[in-house]
Design a protein around this ligand. Structure first.
Ligand code: PAF
Length: 279
């Protein structure tokens, strides 16, 4: 496994593989790797000749009051995980190399960037879309792997890839959960033991909602779930919405495949989760 820190060098290496007819898989991450990331890496290693994992805590996707500085950066552990899981290249650029002071280009994905998390994190998805486009160009990836926990991010990247005619195929991967249901996230490391126990209720409530959806109407399902989310000690709901699974648009009564997406604060940690619901 090689660690590459320079954008031009990474692109040169990737281009050479593509020229030789090899297929390249990209797993974009901000590090603090967990089993969720490992499942993405495993999918990439299985389907591609070469797997590149990018580790870059992207300042552009954090609003000024967010956790950019305190975001976990366990570099040594991350590299060990990559090596153990057969990654070929870890791409770890500096902020200066990715976004030199003269950088002026940003990518926006209208509507999708403004709803759900976008309504609470002003420039978040602009930062995500911009960095992901750069990573696609640098890695020349044939396939890129994204988890469904960040469903809005996945939908934005799918839209952007189609709109800009990227050759990169987006591979959505299932949410990985702890045995107790808690969706894995690098931010779970912020939770105290008590908060972790409380957080488990989020996925329980989503699961119950999916069960209710089979024979209850949307409003009843929502009302019940929101009440339960509010009852979690110390919780604050940013949003709880049932929307169309395909394009995250509002749903009407007759839609059969929807997604229930939530963002809930437990103490000082903001957690997101979602569940796909079918009649
Ligand atoms: O999901 C993440 O970890 C990040 O948003 C991503 C896709 C690596 C872009 O910085």
């Amino acid at each position: 496994m090689k660690v590459i820190k320079n954008t031009l060098q990474m692109q040169k290496i990737a281009l050479k593989y593509i020229k030789d007819g090899d297929e390249v898989g990209l797993v974009p991450t901000m590090g603090a790797l967990h089993e969720g990331h490992i499942s993405l890496i495993a999918r990439s290693v299985k389907s591609n000749d070469i797997t590149i994992v990018s580790i870059f805590v992207n300042p552009m996707q954090f609003d000024p009051n967010e956790d950019y500085l305190k975001y976990p950066r366990p570099v040594r552990k991350d590299l060990e995980i990559c090596k153990k899981n057969y990654v070929d290249y870890v791409f770890m650029p500096s902020v200066n190399d990715m976004f030199p002071v003269e950088h002026k280009t940003f990518l926006e994905v209208k509507f999708l960037q403004d709803i759900l998390c976008g309504a609470f994190r002003a420039n978040h998805f602009k930062g995500v879309a911009t960095v992901v486009v750069k990573l696609f160009n640098i890695s020349c990836a044939d396939r890129a792997y994204f988890g469904m926990k960040d469903l809005q991010q996945l939908k934005i990247i799918e839209r952007m890839t189609k709109d800009l005619n990227f050759k990169t195929k987006i591979i959505p991967c299932q949410i990985v959960r702890e045995k107790n249901g808690l969706a894995l996230s690098s931010r779970n490391s912020y939770l105290s033991v008590e908060e972790r126990n409380l957080s488990v209720n989020i996925s329980k409530i989503l699961k119950e909602a999916a069960q209710d959806f089979k024979n209850k109407n949307l409003n009843a399902v929502m009302k019940n779930a929101v009440n339960k989310l509010k009852e979690i000690y110390g919780s604050k709901i940013d949003y709880a919405e049932i929307i169309n699974f395909n394009d995250l648009s509002p749903v009407d009564k007759h839609v059969k495949k929807v997604v229930f997406a939530v963002a809930v604060w437990i103490g000082k940690t903001r957690l997101i989760d979602n569940i796909v619901m079918t009649k």
